[in-house]
Structure formats: structure tokens, C-alpha cells
Design a protein around this ligand. Structure first.
Ligand code: ZN
Length: 628
């Protein structure tokens, strides 16, 4: 690639790539009033949604971590792409032909663009799917049939077969115009003495991201003489494939997850398939790694239910030791997540795939329906180690169980757990509660001692920067509302805004926003031009100002409908009145410091100005009243 992408092509990409559409592949969004959408922020960990998207203006902004921007900024940030890569990827997805200026500033690409890697994975998936029908793939087909999956199912899930040849995919990709560099970067090919296929003689599941693009593969051993012993191989880490985030089946499950606020986490590819075919469409699985905090965050974004996280995450654990260990590990993770976590345990230790084969679809649905809270499962595992007929053992059991609960910060839950412990062990509820409190105090104390001096040191190390007042300070509410109207509804502003200038904004950041608005041609320029808000943001050099612009672009205007001329006028007049009041206060202070005898001329001049300003102020007041 030579030369920069043309500006008008970038503008077309911005226009066609709807921000709500793009963000929805990562975050479940819900209506938030004023045409805005809301969800759990993908850039910081949060319990209630402060991540806002304004589709008509093309902005996103998080009130929690202050991330904000347009659709390109969003993708750059969330997938760690360069500007050019992001534009290419969106152009690819939304059918925009990118032209490049044959300028003298060729960008040096760092490896193949993401779009190229997606394409390579897609070509590979089609190739593998075709191979599944060959004579060589009979073992692979038998494996599927043996687990109750016919050809239609294989097609639905895109299952394929990697030939044993070892270079079949290398040749196929070259024939389709992919360089070995592309194929290696896509995780499909490796380099020894020459290029060779990463997967040889294996049954393959394509792993897709939430938007349905194939980003890697899971590969199962099916031949006894396979030199690689591992039962499963996965794509290694690539630009596309991050195993700590990847969930197999998320593309199929995400809509049902959002609808039902439920996610089922199973252990393997065949279990995901069995669940989906049995009527549990919310099943996903991690790929070759344990379920971790990153996976939890991904799920929570898709599950988020209105103002708080109320979703259920159900793990199907084996009842065996490994399963119990996994459950305990999950218990030690994010406590807010834990309280929404359930386990579904099949008494005979069957995984969903085997359960479906032996007992049918209904049995799989029933397994999920009979879930129990994770904490109850974990407590039960602790308690069963003790002989509860003995009083001293009951005390020991209570101590250990209370120790588990002490890491939970939510006080309302602690009480529920204490009652649970009391019931399970057969001790008095008050005793259990006291034990939990004692355990919590033990757990907290060392933390406090460590945290306090560290926090003080950090505070002392802070450079004494001049403090900028909060944008939300009520002093600035008229400035804020006026700018929200201007940015979100430039067409509704009308001529009344012509009297407004930078001096009407007393907060330096708001003044910067107004200057960016003016630099982009003012609200009149934004009335008909969809790219206007982007130009406003890009004309701001100060990051605090660009952040404020996206924030102002998503926070609903304080009137339910499109702002009326009256609503606009009230704010503009009030804004000017406040400016006038600031001037009056300045003048009065100067007058006080001026001796009317020694400096009669300047004093009288200022006095005259003061009278004029008072008159101006009354006019503005009258206009506000009239416009109501
Ligand atoms: Zn955030």
C-alpha cells in the first residue's frame, strides 16, 4: 500500500459504518432516552452502564473512564489497531472502495492488515469445509456421526478437516493470492525449513468473533498415529485471536444471551453444539484455556440488563475434583460476577454432548434448568469434608466456610451466606454471622495497613497542577446544556446563537469546545452535514476538549423531544446573561478599587459601562421571559 487513504473515502467510511452497529459486536446496547444507547463499558470494569452511544451523531463516550470518540476511535481502541487498519477494516465490512493519494507519505505497514487476516481465515475455513467431504476425511465424519452430528450440523457450525498432507493449505492460500507472510500472521501456517500447515490430519472447528468473522480454529486429534499428542490444538495468539477473550459460539449465542440475560459456559466445542441443538442457544466455551476474568468481562458486556448486572452465568462443571477446583477458582474471582454465577452438575458426570446422545435434547435443557448458585456448591464441597455429627467438626467446618465468604464485600450477600452456612452445618445463625464477621475482619486488617501509606505516598507524589473545576459543577450547567444542543442538534439552533462567543464560556474546557465548534464552521455548517461532529472533534487539539465533545454528544439534552426554538433561546439568553453578570461583578470590583476624585474620568467611564451592562442584563432577562 502506497500513499494515504483519501479524506473523502475516510468520510464515507465514517458515514456508512454506523457506530451503534459496530459497537454492538462488543457491547449489548439498550435505549437510554434522547436517542442515545447505553451499555457496560468495554474499556473499564463497571457494574452499571455509563458507556453511551449517540448513533445520530456518531459518538461514543463513557462517563466512567472518559473514553470517547467516533466509530474509528472505538475500533482502534478496542482491537488495538492503527488508524489505517481500522479504516481498511470498516471499508471492507461496509463496502467502501478505498483510494489512495499517490502522495509522498507512504505508510509503512506493520505486517498484513487485519482485513487480510480475516480473509485468509475465511478462505481457510471454506477450504477445510470442502475437505470434510473427501475420502481422506472419513474418520472425521465418523467422529461427528458418533456424537450425533450430521452433515447439516457440520455445515451450520462450519466444521472442516485439515488434510494430512501438511502443505495442502499452504498451496491453496498461495493459489488464492495470499503470501506466506499473510498465512503465518493469520496463524494458519508455520515456518520450518519451508512453510507448512499448522493443522494436519485434524477435525477443525472455526472460532468466530462476536460479529461472525472466523479468527482461528480449534483442532481435534482423530488419528492414532498423529505425532502431536495433544487432544486439542488451537490457533496460537495472533492479531485476531486472543485466547483469554475468545469464546467459542459467541457469534451464535450473543443475541439470545442479551434477550434472556443468561449465558451457559460449557467445556468443549461438541458441548456448545449439543447445547445449541438441544434448545440451549446461549452456550459458549473457552478455547484451550480456563475461564478467566477477561472471559467474564466479555460475557457481562453481552448480558447486561438495564441499569444493573442481573444476568446469570451457568457453568456446567464435572462433579469431579477438577470441576470442583474450577468452581473454587471462579469463586475467588470477581465477586460481583460470582453472585450471579450458577453451576449445573450432571449427576452421572456426563458432559452436554454425551448427555444429548444418551438421554436426548430435553435432558440437556433440564441440566441447565436445574442449576444451583455457585456459592452453595462451593460451601457444600467444604462442608462434606467434615463429620458434622461432632461438635468440634461443626465449628471447624463453620470456620472454613466463613473464611470463603469473608472475601465478599457486599454486606447484604454476606448475611445470606451466613444463613446458608448455618443451615448446611446445623449451627445457630448468629454464631455463623459472628464467625463470618470475624473472618472478614481478619482478611481486611493486613490490607488496610498496606494500603494506607501507599495511598498517602501516591497523593504526595501528585504534582500540584492548577485545578480545573469539574465540568458538572452546577455553575456551568447552562454552558453544558447549550453546547449539548449545539453538538447534538446543530440544525435546531437557528440564528439566535450568532450572538454567542468564546467569552460566554467561563470553563476553559467548554470554551475549547466552543472554539472547536467555531473552527468547524459553527452550528450552521452542521445542520446539513453528517460529518460535521467528526470535524468538530478533530479540530480540538486538547484531549480534555475532545473528551468533553464526545461526552456532550451523548448525554441526553434535558428536553424530551428535539429542542424547540424557545428552548434554545432560553439557554442562549441565559448564557449571555451570565456573561453580563460576570462583567458587572468585575466592573463593580474595579470601581471599588478606583478613587472617584483622583481618577474621575476612568471612574465615570466605568460607571457608564456599568449602567449599560445592567440595562443589557435586564433586556436579556426580558427576552428569556418572553421566549418561555
Ligand atoms: Zn469506561
Amino acid at each position: 500500500m502506497a500513499g494515504r487513504i483519501r479524506e473523502d473515502d475516510i468520510a464515507e467510511v465514517r458515514e456508512k459504518a454506523r457506530i451503534d452497529d459496530v459497537v454492538s459486536s462488543y457491547v449489548t446496547l439498550r435505549k437510554a432516552g434522547g436517542g442515545s444507547l447505553k451499555g457496560l463499558c468495554p474499556f473499564h470494569d463497571e457494574k452499571s452502564p455509563s458507556f453511551n452511544v449517540n448513533p445520530s451523531r456518531g459518538y461514543f463516550h463513557c462517563f466512567g473512564c472518559q473514553e470517547g470518540g467516533d466509530v474509528i476511535n472505538f475500533l482502534m481502541k478496542i482491537d488495538g489497531l492503527t488508524f489505517a487498519e481500522t479504516v481498511e477494516r470498516l471499508a471492507d465490512k461496509y463496502g467502501v472502495q478505498l483510494r489512495r493519494e499517490d502522495g509522498d507519505a507512504p505508510e509503512r505497514p506493520r505486517g498484513p492488515a487485519r482485513g487480510r487476516l480475516i480473509e485468509a481465515n475465511k478462505v481457510a475455513q471454506d477450504f477445510y469445509a470442502e475437505q470434510l467431504e473427501t475420502v481422506e476425511a472419513v474418520t472425521a465424519r465418523e467422529f461427528l456421526t458418533g456424537r450425533g452430528f450430521d452433515q447439516d450440523v457440520a455445515t451450520t457450525f462450519g466444521i472442516g478437516f485439515a488434510p494430512r498432507d501438511g502443505e495442502a493449505l499452504v498451496r491453496h492460500l498461495r493459489g488464492r493470492g495470499f503470501s506466506d507472510e499473510d498465512a503465518i500472521a493469520a496463524g494458519l501456517v508455520a515456518m520450518g525449513r519451508s512453510a507448512y500447515d499448522r493443522f494436519r490430519g485434524r477435525l477443525l472447528w472455526p472460532i468466530r468473533d462476536a460479529s461472525g468473522d472466523t479468527i482461528g480454529f480449534g483442532a481435534r486429534r482423530i488419528f492414532d498415529d498423529d505425532k502431536i499428542e495433544a487432544k486439542y490444538l488451537n490457533t496460537s495468539e495472533t492479531v485476531l485471536y486472543k485466547k483469554s477473550h475468545v469464546l467459542y459460539g459467541i457469534d451464535l449465542a450473543r443475541r439470545d444471551m442479551a434477550r434472556s440475560s443468561q449465558a451457559v459456559v460449557v467445556e468443549g466445542y461438541t458441548d456448545v453444539m449439543a447445547c445449541h441443538l438441544s434448545g440451549v442457544p446461549t452456550a459458549v466455551a473457552t478455547c484451550g484455556t480456563a475461564f478467566g476474568d477477561d472471559h467474564a468481562r466479555v460475557l457481562r458486556r453481552f448480558l447486561h440488563d438495564h441499569e444493573e448486572f442481573r444476568g446469570e452465568v451457568i457453568f456446567t462443571f464435572d462433579g469431579d475434583a477438577a470441576g470442583q477446583k474450577a468452581a473454587l477458582k471462579a469463586f475467588g474471582g470477581d465477586q460481583n460476577f460470582v453472585s450471579q454465577t450458577y453451576v449445573a452438575i450432571e449427576p452421572d458426570g456426563l458432559d452436554p454432548c454425551d448427555l444429548r446422545i444418551q438421554k436426548g435434547d430435553a435432558a440437556v435443557r433440564e441440566l441447565v434448568a436445574k442449576r444451583q448458585p455457585l456459592y452453595r456448591f462451593v460451601l457444600a464441597n467444604v462442608v462434606t469434608k467434615y463429620d458434622l455429627d461432632r461438635a468440634d467438626a461443626r465449628i471447624d467446618a463453620m470456620r472454613e466456610a466463613a473464611g470463603l465468604v469473608s472475601s465478599i464485600r457486599d454486606k447484604s450477600k454476606v448475611d445470606a451466606f451466613a444463613r446458608e452456612i448455618a443451615g448446611m452445618i446445623g449451627v445457630d445463625v448468629d454464631d455463623a454471622r459472628r464467625e463470618v464477621r470475624r473472618a472478614a475482619a481478619r482478611a481486611e486488617r493486613p490490607d488496610e495497613r498496606r494500603a494506607a501509606p501507599a495511598a498517602a505516598a501516591a497523593a504526595a507524589a501528585q504534582p500540584s497542577r492548577p485545578r480545573v473545576p469539574s465540568l458538572r459543577d452546577p455553575r456551568f450547567s447552562t454552558e453544558r446544556e447549550t453546547l449539548k444542543i449545539v453538538i447534538q442538534h446543530p440544525g435546531a439552533v437557528g440564528r439566535v446563537i450568532e450572538g454567542v462567543g468564546p467569552h460566554d464560556f467561563s470553563h476553559p474546557t467548554y470554551r475549547g469546545v466552543w472554539e472547536a465548534v467555531a473552527a468547524a464552521g459553527g452550528p450552521a455548517a452542521g445542520a446539513k452535514d453528517n460529518g460535521w461532529s467528526t470535524r468538530v472533534r478533530s479540530s480540538a487539539a486538547d484531549p480534555a476538549v475532545s473528551s468533553a465533545i464526545s461526552e456532550l454528544g451523548v448525554e441526553p439534552v434535558l428536553t424530551p423531544a428535539e429542542p424547540t426554538p424557545t428552548y434554545v433561546a432560553m439557554h442562549v439568553y441565559r448564557l449571555q446573561e451570565l456573561t453580563t453578570m460576570r462583567r458587572i461583578a468585575e466592573l463593580k470590583s474595579r470601581l471599588q478599587r478606583t478613587n472617584p476624585v483622583e481618577h474621575a474620568a476612568p471612574y465615570n467611564k466605568m460607571f457608564g459601562e456599568l449602567v449599560a451592562l445592567e440595562q443589557h442584563r435586564r433586556n436579556l432577562r426580558d427576552q428569556q421571559v418572553k421566549s418561555q
